[in-house]
Design a protein around this ligand. Structure first.
Ligand code: NAP
Length: 283
């Protein structure tokens, strides 16, 4: 079997076309969806992600700005900036680009964002709403994965989904979304014993480890769906996922590539959440 590739780049272009119309209608009603991104320090990867988010926003008509703060900014100053944005009615979405410098507590920062403007979907209130099945902002990468599966009409209900990785931004929430779609969910992580035996039972494997090419066809049963969340930059500068793409391609039914896989969908779901925020749909 040769897997069908789920191209997140193409899917995101399609979704963004529809968003352009949606934003145009909002603008006619004098609602201009606005995203403010806070970038701290001068990490080149963070800068590149932030610029990508601004570019994508503008593509669909969402207005956006970037607030740049120095690496030395105090937690208090950062929280004060967030408070101002919380009170600014023209700002619908607030995103603080992670990771943060070590002297700033990431939980304090996430909890300072008004949950109604938390377009990353990381605030504990929004996570709690997601876990209890209430409408809210879903975290962007998990929601992007769900959208990719739906785009291919891949059945999730009743399927065994194995998630490798249990981070707060990818692993844990994507498992919750799969559970809500009536999957049976198993989590694996660095302390899991006999991981290969577990993943070989999976109908859908979602890999979010952060190590290049760890998961090859040995971990996959024939016909499984493989979603690769990992983004790893190799020494030669190329990007690769956590999955050995060529090996899995011969065995899976569907596989996502890196690049042009989950990454573009993450940004697209951020736009989705910003539009949702501008409509006041999350209260
Ligand atoms: P993270 O916070 O570092 O979490 C990694 C998880 O993988 C942890 O739960 C860890 O287990 C587990 N793990 C590490 N090595 C393992 C191994 N050999 N076998 C099994 N589990 C292992 O990373 P993250 O933020 O979730 O990100 C994961 C990857 O996705 C990174 O490459 C990141 O760049 C990428 N990412 C991509 C997007 C996108 O838009 N495509 C978005 C976010 C992240 P423990 O909990 O036991 O330590």
């Amino acid at each position: 079997m040769v897997a069908e590739i789920i191209n997140g780049k193409d899917l995101s272009v399609e979704i963004k076309e529809a968003m352009k119309d949606e934003v145009a209608v909002l603008r006619q009603q004098s609602i201009v969806p606005h995203l403010t991104v806070i970038l701290i320090g001068d990490n080149p990867a963070s800068r590149s992600y932030v610029n990508g988010k601004k570019r994508a926003s503008e593509e669909v008509g969402i207005s956006s700005d970037i607030i740049e703060l120095p690496e030395s900014v105090s937690e208090q100053e950062l929280l004060a900036t967030i408070q101002q944005l919380n009170q600014n009615e023209l700002v619908h979405g607030i995103l603080v680009q992670l990771p943060l410098p070590n002297h700033i507590d990431v939980d304090h920062v996430i909890e300072a964002i008004d949950p109604k403007k938390d377009v990353d979907g990381f605030h504990p209130i929004n996570i709690g709403k997601m876990m209890t099945g209430q409408d809210t902002f879903y975290p962007c990468t998990p929601y992007g994965i769900l959208t990719m599966l739906r785009s291919k009409n891949i059945t999730i209900a009743g399927k065994h989904v194995v998630i490798i990785g249990r981070s707060n931004i990818v692993g844990k929430p994507v498992g919750q979304l799969m559970l809500q779609e009536d999957a049976t969910v198993t989590y694996c992580h660095s302390k899991t014993k006999g991981m290969k035996e577990i993943t070989r039972l999976a109908d859908i494997v979602i890999v979010a480890i952060g190590k290049p090419n760890v998961i090859d066809s040995d971990y996959i049963k024939d016909g499984a769906v493989v979603i690769d969340v990992g983004i790893n930059r190799l020494e030669n500068g190329t990007l690769t996922g956590d999955v050995d793409f060529d090996s899995v391609l011969e065995k899976a039914s569907y596989v996502t590539p890196v690049p042009r896989g989950v990454g573009p969908m993450t940004i697209t779901m951020l736009l989705h959440n910003t539009i949702k925020a501008s409509k006041g749909l999350v209260t």
